[in-house]
Design a protein around this ligand. Structure first.
Ligand code: CIZ
Ligand code: SF4
Length: 302
């Protein structure tokens, strides 16, 4: 078998590139990355680095976000077909229709959206900062359109007491966790703390000990005195949690919590991306400019 790791290291130096991997990527992809993190953390790394080439191992909207924050750099995604079904649930024209129906409303989009949707919004947010963006950035808005994740919106609504005009989008992976799955996992590991992602359904987040973004889970586990955790998000994160906390124990709520799009990138595709400089993320300058505004506004409040 070819030593992809060696080849990737060599190509990285040749091309002055860095590799960024999302918390949900395959373990071997996380292990060759210069940084592993959430979509926003990775985009910030992309804008900070001196490297001219960024190989973004994640799904398409994340690579787009990196490009929006670093338009002068070359952003490559090793698999063009790595999309996000939730991000595909709303288009820019559907959002424009919604905005027409509620002309007074401010618009907030989850980072899991296409660049052209971000370009139509006042604010962007991630699962790590959605509550803060609503409380601080949008405190004076009389009403708020929040797209596309109805479950994240419902969680933030519970936390902030604000009501939103929502879109019926959802993550098919997180929405597949049921209340029964939670009860079964607790019965199997009664001492463990239950951490779930805010993309889960309300009946699931209500049963959890903590509702956290992926970075929030990484931070929480490190500082918690507990040593057993049930993890209600995509299973890729268990690799990072275990690596950073070798003495602690992690159990997925269920093994099938796997996002097929996140698993489309492998070492061979990373090597190929570097060798052939593909697939380059390109966006119209007007979209970059407008989408950057909603992201930069969010950054003031995080
Ligand atoms: O923002 C991200 O990276 C996503 C999609 C999830 C999370 O909780 O970090
Ligand atoms: Fe999209 Fe869900 Fe996959 Fe995240 S886990 S990339 S929200 S489909």
């Amino acid at each position: 078998m070819k030593n992809w790791k060696e080849e990737i290291e060599k190509l990285k130096k040749e091309k002055n590139a860095i590799i960024l991997a999302h918390n949900y990527q395959l373990p071997e992809v996380q292990d060759v990355a210069d940084f592993v993190g959430d979509s926003l953390g990775l985009s910030m790394e992309a804008s900070k680095t001196d490297a001219q080439v960024i190989v973004f191992c994640g799904v398409f909207f994340m690579a787009e976000t990196a490009k929006i924050l670093s338009p002068q750099k070359v952003v490559l995604i090793p698999e063009r077909e790595a999309g996000c079904p939730m991000a595909d649930m709303i288009t820019a024209s559907q959002l424009l229709e919604l905005k027409k129906r509620y002309p007074e409303a401010a618009t907030l989009c989850y980072v899991n959206t296409k660049a052209e949707v971000k370009a139509q919004c006042d604010f962007c947010c991630t699962s790590a900062n959605a509550t803060k963006v609503v409380e601080k950035g949008l405190s004076s808005a009389s009403s708020i359109i929040f797209v596309p994740d109805q479950y994240l919106a419902s969680y933030v609504s519970r936390k902030t007491g604000r009501e939103f005009i929502v879109w019926p989008g959802y993550c098919p992976i997180h929405a597949a966790i049921s209340e029964k799955d939670i009860e079964e996992a607790i019965a199997l590991h009664p001492r463990a703390e239950m951490l779930v992602h805010p993309e889960c359904r309300p009946e699931v987040t209500e049963k959890a000990d903590q509702v956290l973004s992926t970075e929030g889970m990484c931070r929480y586990v490190k500082s918690s005195p507990g040593d057993e955790f049930i993890i209600g998000t995509e299973v890729g994160i268990l690799h990072r949690l275990q690596k950073e906390n070798p003495a602690k124990h992690f159990y997925p709520v269920k093994e099938e919590m796997m996002c097929p799009d996140m698993k489309k990138i492998n070492l061979e595709k990373i090597a190929l991306a570097l060798r052939e400089m593909k697939y380059e993320v390109e966006l119209p300058p007007s979209i970059i400019q407008k989408a950057a505004l909603s992201i930069e506004r969010m950054l003031q409040f995080t």
